[in-house]
Ligand binder design. Structure first.
Ligand code: FAD
Length: 388
């Protein structure tokens, strides 16, 4: 067991940090308050080799590891937390499921633009009546000759105001086995993208409506039975949210530490008050322990499919650590921390969302409990109870 980066990982981390300082430090605050996808950052990152880190070179990626992508998120977020969303998009998000299961024709059509930062993809999974119970999704795909007709609605899709192509979970038939996914382009007749709404983090999302939306059969990504494959991809996506949550917590921690070292009250720097020292000690414990869980999940995922348990425990720990540390950093920095003049309040708002998105803390804990008891706990009502 070795708790250090390899020499290669150290060099990679340094080069990403240098890139971030040179290109992303200026404008970090402005970027955090801009709800739109930062295409300029995506294009810079594409040139730097930070898009498709984990995708094979034959697909236009870098052929690197998930750990590399986690390191990239950490180094970028340490300078510009908002830009870490671009690393997420280019490495962990629906782009990965797409690159893994897309046909050669689908990849030829979209992947190069996505990896170059010219285009962004949005994931349409959640529906008004299917959130945590995602397998309750109703959006239907009915075959009609050489086409599929899609009907349904999606909510909360990240990047939906800017996306050109949408990876939409659909139902071809009943049950878990009936779920798969299709690719729908903006502008397809029958596909309406509603007005933008805002999350607490400042990100925007649009309702997506598909009404007799006709797509060619070539746009099917995964047919019936594709759900399990999508969930395996989703475990990887979770690691991106996990890494961003922790990295935003670290950003806030560093800002608060610098502040406490220099800000004076009662003729002493804040860091000399034991009440604040213990806060920092608790914050460090949360960050360091969550980081070990993240690194274990990412490293083991690099040696096979990500473990659902390791991913769940890492995400729950990093989501909680990221939010709690950012919230404490706001407290330590007083009114300045609560102000939009610093990125600390942004990190607090941003980390809050990952306790809900990509597997809520409660759903992750359900998964962890199943591991503890080595049995499955069905969240649905028992049939006998339903009948009563
Ligand atoms: C910032 C952000 C980005 C998102 N991005 C996307 C995206 O790109 N694409 C997309 O499709 N969706 C996206 N979502 C939606 C996200 O996937 C859902 O919010 C999530 O699945 C939870 O669903 P829900 O909000 O409907 O909450 P509900 O499922 O209604 O749950 C409400 C509360 O009840 C708890 N709960 C539910 N069931 C159980 C249970 N069995 N045991 C214990 N507690 C339970 C939940 O944990 C939650 O606290 C995003 C959400 C957020 C906040």
């Amino acid at each position: 067991m070795n708790f250090d980066y390899t020499d290669e990982q150290k060099l990679f981390a340094e080069s990403v940090r240098r890139f971030a300082r040179e290109h992303l430090a200026a404008g970090a605050l402005k970027r955090a308050h801009d709800p739109r996808f930062p295409f300029d950052v995506a294009q810079l990152m594409a040139k730097q080799g930070l898009m498709g880190i984990t995708l094979p070179q034959s697909d236009g990626g870098q052929g690197g590891t998930l750990m590399d992508a986690v390191i990239a998120i950490e180094q970028i977020a340490a300078v510009c937390p908002r830009s870490a969303d671009v690393v997420q998009f280019g490495n962990f998000g629906p782009i990965r499921t797409f690159a893994e299961y897309g046909t050669a024709a689908q990849k030829a059509r979209w992947l190069a633009d996505l990896l170059a930062g010219r285009m962004v993809m949005s994931l349409g999974m959640t529906e008004p009546d299917a959130g945590s119970a995602v397998t309750d999704l109703k959006t239907s795909a009915r075959v009609d000759g050489s086409h599929y007709v899609i009907n349904g609605s999606k909510v909360f899709s990240t990047f939906s105001p800017d996306a050109q192509v949408f990876l939409i979970y659909v139902r071809y038939g009943p049950g878990l086995g009936g779920i798969g996914s299709v690719l729908v382009e903006r502008g397809t007749p029958g596909f309406t993208i509603g007005a933008a709404s805002e999350f607490m983090s400042g990100e925007e999302w649009c309702e997506l409506h598909l009404a007799d939306c006709c797509i060619p059969a070539e746009n099917v990504l995964l047919g019936s039975g594709g759900f399990k494959k999508q969930m395996a991809g989703f475990n990887v996506e979770r690691l991106g949210n996990t890494a961003r949550a922790l990295a935003c917590g670290r950003y806030a921690f560093s800002a608060a530490r610098d502040y406490a070292a220099t800000r004076e009250q009662f003729d002493r720097p804040l860091c000399e008050f034991q009440g604040l020292q213990w806060k920092f000690a608790d914050m460090a414990i949360k960050l360091e322990s969550a980081q070990l869980l993240l690194y274990r999940a990412a490293t083991n995922a690099d040696h096979g499919l990500p473990s659902a348990y390791e991913t769940a425990i890492a995400k729950a720990a990093c989501n909680q650590a990221g939010f709690e540390v950012a919230s404490e950093a706001v407290q330590i920095m007083g009114a300045l921390g609560f102000s939009r003049e610093t990125l600390v309040e942004y990190c607090m708002r941003r980390t809050r969302g990952w306790m809900i998105a990509g597997g809520s803390i409660e759903m992750l804990k359900n998964r962890i409990a199943e591991h503890v008891f080595d049995r499955r706990f069905d969240q649905r009502k028992r049939q006998s109870a339903v009948a009563e």
